[in-house]
Design a binder for this molecule. Structure first.
Ligand SMILES: *Cc1c(COP(=O)(O)O)cnc(C)c1O
Length: 371
């Protein structure tokens, strides 16, 4: 008896009826984009959910990152982790700036503030940090470095939907700007989409304008803008899905807790993300497969695949090893030991709302005894 494949994630979807009701509104209004009525409702509902006041919706997080960097006029060096999804560094290049890689903390796998400080030169203009797996960066230390050196601090918060800090405040309020992704694979999705969280209304409106070709009015174009607008269709999906997201995160937490309990005694395996932390979103369940485990990470990955269980090596390879970045001085592997170790040892186990408990037990059984 073979079971269907289990992938690392599976998107959540809103009730089709709710989307159809919104589609009907769109068909009546014939407003399809350009900050339409559904987008405005979604923006307000999202702000209320996240506990933030100023949101600029975009068509994906990659362009949101580009827009954020362009908004701050960043064309010099941007310090960023090599252990992330490739879009983080690509956005820096598309903005016309240059990534400079700094090593990560070996425990949290987020940018190490001490390593950031070592990479600062007179050409450094910004830090682009990533809340990896939704675990907040050391926002205090990074904020302190940015202030002392006059740098902009931007967060790639693609993994951090709904994540709150210890005081219950959205983690997206740290730094100058934060960018969320609503891609299908994330905790919350609009099929494709994203948002920039801004500190004030003026910045939000400036971002909206930069993402609408730089147009001010019928005859005035202020700057070389881009088109990053979210359509009414994508906003409708978001608006209809938002009421479900708490339940989805609660389901993820239940699955993560089962993994943690079942794997806590396995020698050589470390659960990367703390469980039971208030305000976490359980976006991934990464384990670090190190010394003391009977096989290497890649052997475990292959063993799970044999049974149709598709864990993923996020993030391997390191961004700094990719052909378009590996010749940068900061890509020297000798300076990035913690990132390299994470890339070689981390495996993200399948986690998503609705993961069949039978499948989760199959995954657990293999991780417990891979041979
Ligand atoms: C998914 C992701 C992105 C890109 O988001 P899109 O909305 O797909 O463009 C950027 N950074 C990180 C860390 C991501 O995981």
């Amino acid at each position: 008896m073979t079971r269907p494949p289990v992938y690392v994630t599976r998107p959540i979807l809103p009730p089709l009826d709710a989307v159809q009701d919104l589609m009907r509104e769109i068909w009546q209004s014939r407003i399809l984009s350009n900050g339409g009525p559904i987008l405005q409702r979604f923006e307000a509902a999202l702000g209320a959910y996240l506990g933030v006041d100023h949101i600029s919706l975009v068509n994906n997080a990659s362009l949101g990152l580009v827009l954020a960097l362009r908004h701050h006029g960043i064309t010099g060096e941007v310090i960023t982790p090599p252990f992330s999804f490739v879009a983080t560094s690509h956005a820096i290049r598309w903005a016309g700036a240059e990534p400079v890689f700094a090593d990560i903390d070996p425990v949290t796998l987020n940018l190490d503030p001490a390593e950031v400080e070592k990479r600062i030169t007179d050409r450094t203009q910004a830090i682009l940090a990533v809340h990896c797996y939704g675990v907040p960066c050391d926002t205090e230390a990074l904020g302190d470095i940015a202030r002392r050196h006059g740098l902009k601090l931007i967060y790639d918060a693609a993994h951090a939907f709904g994540v709150r800090d210890d005081s219950g405040r959205s983690v997206c309020l740290a730094g100058d700007l934060s960018i969320l992704s609503f891609h299908a694979t994330k905790v919350f999705n609009t099929f494709e989409g994203g948002a920039i969280i801004a500190p004030d209304r003026e910045t939000k409106l400036a971002l909206d304008r930069l993402g609408n070709y730089g147009i001010v009015d019928e005859t005035t174009v202020l700057e070389t803008g881009l088109n990053t607008k979210m359509s009414e269709l994508n906003a409708a999906v978001g608006l209809a899905l938002l009421p479900q997201v708490d339940e989805a995160i609660a389901d993820r937490e239940r699955i993560a807790t089962r993994y943690r309990d079942a794997l806590s005694g396995v020698a050589g395996v470390r659960a990367v993300c703390p469980t039971g932390r208030a305000g976490h979103n359980y976006y991934h369940f990464p384990i670090q497969v190190g010394p003391g485990y009977p096989v290497g990470r890649d052997a475990l990955y292959a063993r799970l695949r044999q049974d149709g269980l598709f864990a993923r090596r996020y993030f391997y390879p390191l961004i700094s090893d990719l052909p378009m970045y590996r010749d940068l001085p900061s890509a020297d592997p000798a300076a990035l030991p913690a990132a390299r170790q994470a890339a070689d040892q981390v495996l993200c186990l399948p986690i998503f709302p609705g993961l069949d408990p039978v499948d989760q037990e199959r995954i657990i059984a293999i991780v417990r005894s891979p041979c």
